[in-house]
Design a protein around this ligand. Structure first.
Ligand code: TRP
Length: 359
């Protein structure tokens, strides 16, 4: 039987390069092997956990995220797109799972910790936000997902899911829930792409991101404004490559082929780095190369996005079909879960027998 892949994004803004190298690129690759059933979840409920006052933002970004998906080459013929809130199971399962998770366990989740800091939540953190790892476990298990392609920051969510699955199956003496595995990029820098400002993570809230839909001129401006090595003041100065976002991006995006196409002065990226380290290579030249490389990668994505922007009614149909297809799976998992716990009363003959006098 084909393995199932489930992954997703919060619809809080257009997707950026961090999403692309962390997960989107891998999804397209996995999709095109034809070896998996792949579901892509638009996690509107998760987005609401810290946007309760702003549902309009989420409504608008569902289409944004869909356009980005289609633009990078996810194909509705091969992958299924599902809006999270269309699946009742995703609201009910967390109720059962939350009884299997302690507060201490939630508080230890390193991604949640960082996100709490980033949002400046203290004790006024919404309960829904604090418990979204449980909701995400529902997302993953409701599709019987075996594999979850994600960036590094999502590993704690997969761990939490695995813990819930093993607790559930043990306590209710069943095997209805499938234990998922994460797939993370092999390239460390890709797994957690740094921001254009050198901050550890590219993110919308830090305003250090490059969107997939970025117009060519804006892209160039963002690249030319990127942070580099602060001690590399004059061209002659020796420069540092490690932790320098321009070189980190080149590591992630510049293939051998692209390097050859846009840089004739060096045999490969390593030679260019050596020159930078020695001194004598200016930032502008390196940035120009990065600009060429990223323009090359993003141009077809931007074009495909424009194509789909003219076809929004089709996209709505894709989402409707996805919701219906997903229901068949998530409803069944929910039913199995209820039966395993023993609360599927009316489908359970032994439940009635308990109450009927045996003569
Ligand atoms: N937490 C993910 C993010 O912030 C989004 C997400 C929601 C997700 N449900 C998921 C990812 C299930 C993988 C699987 O990007």
């Amino acid at each position: 039987m084909k393995k199932t892949i489930l992954t997703g994004d919060r619809p809080t803004g257009a997707l950026h390069l961090g999403h692309y190298v962390g997960s989107l690129r891998k999804r397209v690759e996995l999709q095109n092997t034809g070896e998996y059933n792949q579901f892509i979840l638009i996690a509107d409920l998760q987005a609401l956990t810290d946007n309760a006052e702003n549902p309009e933002k989420i409504r608008q970004n569902i289409m944004e995220v869909m356009l980005d998906y289609l633009a990078v080459g996810l194909d509705p013929e091969k992958s299924t797109f599902v809006i999270q809130s269309t699946q009742p199971a995703l609201l009910e399962l967390p109720m059962y799972y939350s009884n299997l998770v302690t507060m201490a366990r939630l508080e230890r989740n390193p991604t949640i910790k960082t996100e709490i800091q980033l949002r400046n939540f203290q004790r006024d953190i919404p309960v829904g936000f604090m418990t979204y790892p449980i909701s995400q476990a529902a997302d993953i298990t409701a599709f019987n997902a075996n594999l979850v392609p994600v960036g590094n920051d999502q590993l704690p969510m997969i761990e939490q899911t695995r813990d819930i699955v093993s607790a559930f199956n043990r306590i209710y003496k069943t095997n209805v829930l499938v234990e998922p595995k994460a797939i993370i990029p092999d390239n460390e820098s890709a797994s957690r792409l740094m921001g254009t400002d050198g901050n550890a993570k590219m993110s919308k809230s830090l305003n250090n991101y490059i969107q997939l839909k970025e117009e060519s001129e804006v892209l160039k401006k963002k690249i030319m404004g990127m942070f580099t090595d602060p001690n590399h003041l004059r061209v002659e100065d020796p420069g540092q490559v490690e932790g320098n976002p321009v070189f980190t991006y080149l590591d992630v995006f510049s293939t051998e082929e692209l390097f050859k196409k846009y840089c004739a002065d060096y045999a490969n990226l390593e030679e260019m780095k050596d020159h930078y380290r020695r001194g004598g290579l200016g930032d502008v030249k390196v940035k120009r190369l990065l600009n060429d490389v990223l323009q090359d990668i993003l141009a077809p994505i931007r074009e495909r996005r424009k194509y789909y922007e003219e076809r929004k009614p089709e996209i709505i149909d894709i989402l409707k079909d996805g919701a219906a297809k997903a229901r068949m799976i998530t409803d069944e998992v929910l039913d199995n879960v209820r039966s395993a716990i023993g609360i599927n009363y009316f489908n359970d003959k032994s439940f009635f027998e308990t109450y009927i006098d045996k003569k």
